[in-house]
Design a binder for this molecule. Structure first.
Ligand code: ARG
Length: 280
């Protein structure tokens, strides 16, 4: 009888412990069940950095880079630095947002990061944080193919210029004396306005425009050779983001193990330029 009693006690104790463990697990998830996706904002109207395919999928240089940060490339397992392993623990969940709202969305911490060909600027650094530069870029003037007059900053004076709202192109256009500026929500729209003859020029990111021309998506438009600015794109996060360090280490790894070069060649068919490891 005594023996049976003892067994019952043990069983109840065991069951109690098990219940407690289950309860604790749901309150304090362990690392395995803690893999919540990193919410990453992007404005997929910007070839070839982020575009939405007809079937609704996202693709582009930025999308490949972000996915490479999240999932270690083949062969990159145990040798991962702690930083990238941390990033690798997260799946990426992209969220499409208009470019103009991206900085305030980051500020409000409604997303964990944004990748969208976002230029690192001193002004933006006042409210959000950026990773180390991941792309060397710059603004250029785009005009209709038959335009022979607009060649540089000076010849933009007094002209009608289209830009994307909230972009560095829009900031730049404000510095052109007597320019009449029209603002647009997304890239394709301002080129249409240029083709329609409503504006004389577009000021926007050179690589995006050149890519669209080369791939036959922008007929009748040319880019003025000299860049207006030199800019660097960074992955943006809210200030004091717990992910920024891991993102930076991840970029360093992709630069040194050849993955960055692969992605660059895939989209631009060229050797990537040297990148500084910090901004400016
Ligand atoms: N580089 C420019 C900027 O930071 C324009 C980027 C536009 N990106 C986009 N996905 N629409 O202001």
């Amino acid at each position: 009888m005594k023996l049976i009693n003892f067994k019952w006690q043990q069983l109840i104790l065991g069951l109690g412990c098990l219940l407690l463990m289950i309860a604790c697990k749901s309150f304090y998830p362990t690392t395995n069940s803690d893999v919540k996706p990193l919410k990453v904002a992007t404005d997929p109207t910007f070839v070839p950095f982020e575009i939405q395919t007809a079937s609704g999928n996202l693709e582009g240089f930025d999308i490949d880079l972000m996915n490479a940060l999240a999932q270690p490339a083949a062969g990159l397992t145990l040798s991962l630095s702690k930083g990238i392993a941390k990033v690798a623990g997260f799946a990426v969940q992209f969220e499409s947002l208009p470019f103009d709202g991206m900085i305030s969305t980051l500020q409000a911490k409604r997303v964990d990061a944004a990748i969208s060909g976002i230029t690192i600027t001193a002004e933006r650094l006042k409210t959000i944080a950026f990773s180390r530069p991941y792309f060397k870029a710059g603004l250029a003037i785009a005009v209709r193919e038959d335009n022979q007059n607009i060649k540089d900053f000076k010849s933009l004076q007094g002209k009608k210029i289209a830009v994307q709202i909230g972009s560095t192109g829009a900031d730049f256009a404000k510095t052109i004396p007597n320019a009449k500026i029209s603002t647009f929500n997304s890239g394709p729209e301002f080129f249409q306005d240029l083709l329609n003859g409503n504006v004389d020029a577009v000021v926007s990111d050179a690589f995006a425009t050149l890519y669209a021309i080369k791939n036959g998506k922008l007929k009748g438009i040319k880019v003025v050779a000299d860049l207006l600015t030199q800019e660097y794109y960074g992955i943006a996060t809210p200030k004091d983001s717990p992910y920024l360090d891991a993102i930076n280490k991840g970029i360093a790894t992709l630069l040194s193990n050849g993955t960055y070069k692969q992605i660059y060649q895939k989209w631009f068919n060229a050797e990537p330029p040297q990148l500084p490891d910090s901004w400016p």
